[in-house]
Ligand binder design. Structure first.
Ligand code: 5GP
Length: 221
């Protein structure tokens, strides 16, 4: 490692389901060669086009339990009846020592566990433009029963409550703006100088963004 190389930062990005987290995270990884995905383990079967070791490490429920028993995970959680986990290995990739940042696109229970064990991690929460927009998105094509929609809205509400454990919040309204905001946060954290961090906190600090978001019609949560 050269003297000037910086150690990468783990960035945890979480959001209530329906907020568009995956699209945003993909754009960050595609556009910045120094941002890599952390590859999680999961018990859910691969979807069409997903590849082992690229999208996830796909494992059986038994293998997952064994890994949990061995203490292999920084965090793990159950979501939609499947298990998901970030291994210590995923955050120890040699590339981090060469200044590659690692993106953890995970759900909120896991994010809380990362906070306890990785003081180097930074936490960014994506907010939907408003609760009514989120409800529209969760209603999707209108094929779900009212009960299923209510269940998903309840989950989204609980996920939203987790925002308090995060450093930054960004409202995902216009995709390109969201991506630009996230790159500003990443750049400031890489820079690390207090004055630079203070500026980015001023714009994207959780409390500030939440207050504005709640102030908007439909944003009350
Ligand atoms: P999907 O099955 O759609 O790929 O992911 C379902 C949910 O699990 C998403 O919210 C995703 O961010 C989350 N997830 C993916 N990998 C992990 C992980 O390693 N840990 C945790 N806690 N959640 C994960």
């Amino acid at each position: 490692m050269s003297a000037s190389a910086r150690i990468g930062i783990p960035f945890v990005i979480a959001a209530p389901s329906g907020t568009g987290k995956t699209t945003v995270c993909r754009a960050l990884v595609e556009r910045d060669p120094l941002v890599d995905f952390s590859i999680s383990h999961t018990t859910r079967p691969p979807r069409t086009g997903e590849r082992e070791g690229v999208d996830y490490h796909f494992v059986t429920a038994g293998d997952f339990r064994t890994l949990v028993g061995e203490g292999a995970f920084v965090e793990h959680a159950s979501y939609g009846g499947q298990n998901y986990g970030t291994s210590h290995e995923a955050l120890r990739v040699p590339l981090m020592e060469l200044g590659h940042d690692v993106l953890l696109e995970i759900e909120v229970q896991g994010a809380a566990q990362v906070r306890d064990s990785r003081p180097d991690a930074r936490f960014i929460f994506l907010l939907p433009p408003s609760m009514s927009v989120l409800e529209e998105r969760l209603r999707g094509r209108g094929t779900d029963s009212e009960e299923a929609i209510h269940r998903r809205l309840g989950v989204a509400d609980r996920e939203l409550a987790a925002v308090m454990g995060f450093d930054y919040a960004v409202v995902n309204d216009v995709l390109e703006q969201t991506i630009a905001s996230l790159f500003e946060i990443i750049a400031a954290e890489r820079d690390g100088r207090e004055a630079v961090l203070a500026r980015v906190r001023e714009r994207f600090g959780r409390d500030r963004v939440l207050a504005e978001w709640r102030g908007k019609a439909g944003g009350a949560a």
